[in-house]
Design a protein around this ligand. Structure first.
Ligand code: PLP
Length: 390
């Protein structure tokens, strides 16, 4: 059966160039980058090349790049590595669980935490960050792009506010990386986390920008890898794959791939919105469009269960994600949509469509054919539509 994958914000496939770049580092050039003989030097040279690419990707110095295992580790490192009991930490209610759960743990350990709520549009108002600041605020962490709505946050403005207050600023850029240009100097951040598997690189590898002089304690201790900021033998094939993915992402940004993708996304969105009882979460602020990454749209469908629609679309060959997450067997509506003030029923009936950068017009045509069929069928049989579901 034909399958269309529209869940790029969950993960992406490796591009062939990435696989090719990684291939030698599994077998022929398998050395440990810390060994001084030739095999080790080959591995070290590959890590150094990837580090140079990442420095270009972030617009920072090579010494400010730290390789790690991905977005969760970067987010955890920022929080556990900087905060101590008595500190105040500001983050937002729409962050990924890698930030939220780490913040909750620090709250149990005597860190005061403020979760800033978004506006109905999904945007964080920088003035709310300003209002939340206290003399003891040590760290502010705000995501670049939200994983569920794609809404791009005003990180530059937040960076200025945080700098004036003398606090450290971390950006979870996992969903923005490769979709919009990153520039840590312009953003004014001290720390920024990214993950390779969201940008056509391998899973389990990521990188962090750590501004020189930032007193970040390492999460993992052991050897003196990564200038003592992250112990553990380097995942050389992974690092090479991340470097290649970042290089290709920089080309895509220059080649107008994302303008094409935004047009495809807009056509998909407009096509689905022709169905009655539908709307977009996080696209409008009054009559102004909210800035979003080019590949994402989050759509609500009245009178049906989002989870049922995810399954129905899967059976028809389309992979998308629901606006809810499964916690211990119970389906909870998305914390992001709820924080935006969307009611539980509508949050449960929301789906995220996130296009791969390789998506085609034919993919969109196919999805526009099967979504109305699935929605009409489910509405016809849905207990929600019949008003019997609680
Ligand atoms: N931050 C955001 C915004 C994400 O979307 C994700 C993954 O979904 C993560 C962090 C975690 O990244 P990783 O899967 O590399 O641990």
């Amino acid at each position: 059966m034909k399958r269309i994958y529209m869940d790029a914000n969950a993960t992406t496939p490796l591009l062939p160039e990435v696989v090719e770049a990684m291939r030698p580092y599994w077998m022929e050039c398998f050395g440990n980058a810390s060994s001084i003989y030739l095999d080790g030097q080959q591995a070290r040279a590959a890590v150094d090349r990837a580090r140079a690419t990442m420095a270009e990707f972030f617009n920072c110095h090579e010494a400010e790049v730290v390789f790690n295992s991905g977005g969760t580790e970067g987010d955890n490192t920022a929080i556990f590595g900087l905060l101590r009991p008595g500190d105040h930490f500001i983050t937002t209610a729409i962050e990924h669980s890698a930030i939220l759960r780490a913040a909750e743990r620090m709250a149990e350990r005597g860190v005061k935490v403020t979760f800033v709520a978004p506006q109905a549009s999904g945007l964080i108002d920088p003035k709310e960050i300003q209002r939340a600041l206290r003399p003891e605020t040590r760290l502010v962490s705000v995501m670049l792009a939200n994983n569920e709505t794609g809404v791009l946050q005003p990180v530059e403005e937040i960076g200025k506010i945080t700098a004036e207050a003398g606090a450290y600023f971390h950006i979870d850029a996992v969903q923005g990386a490769g979709k919009v240009p990153l520039d840590v100097r312009r953003f004014g951040c001290h720390l920024l986390s990214i993950s390779a598997h969201k940008m056509h690189g391998p899973k389990g590898i990521g990188a962090m920008f750590v501004r020189s002089g930032t007193p970040l304690e390492s999460l993992i201790v052991g050897g003196s890898h990564e200038r003592r900021r992250r112990a553990g033998t380097e995942n050389v094939p992974g690092i090479v794959g991340l470097g290649k993915a970042a290089e290709l992402a920089m080309h895509s940004l220059e080649d107008g791939v994302y303008n094409r993708l935004a047009k495809l996304r807009d056509r998909l969105e407009a096509g689905i919105l022709e169905l009655p009882g539908t709307g977009v979460n996080g696209a409008w602020d009054g009559d102004k469009r909210v800035p979003r990454v080019a590949n994402t749209t989050n759509i609500w469908f009245d009178n049906l269960e989002g989870e049922a629609l995810v399954i129905a679309l899967d059976l028809k060959g389309v992979a998308v994600s629901g606006g809810s997450a499964c916690h211990s067997g119970a389906t909870e509506p998305s914390h992001v949509l709820m924080a935006m003030g969307i009611d539980k029923t509508r949050a449960r009936a929301s789906l995220r469509f996130s296009l791969l950068k390789t998506a085609t017009e034919a993919d969109v045509d196919f999805v526009l054919k099967v979504v109305p069929e699935a929605v009409e069928h489910l509405r016809a049989i849905s207990p929600v539509a019949a008003g019997t579901a609680g």
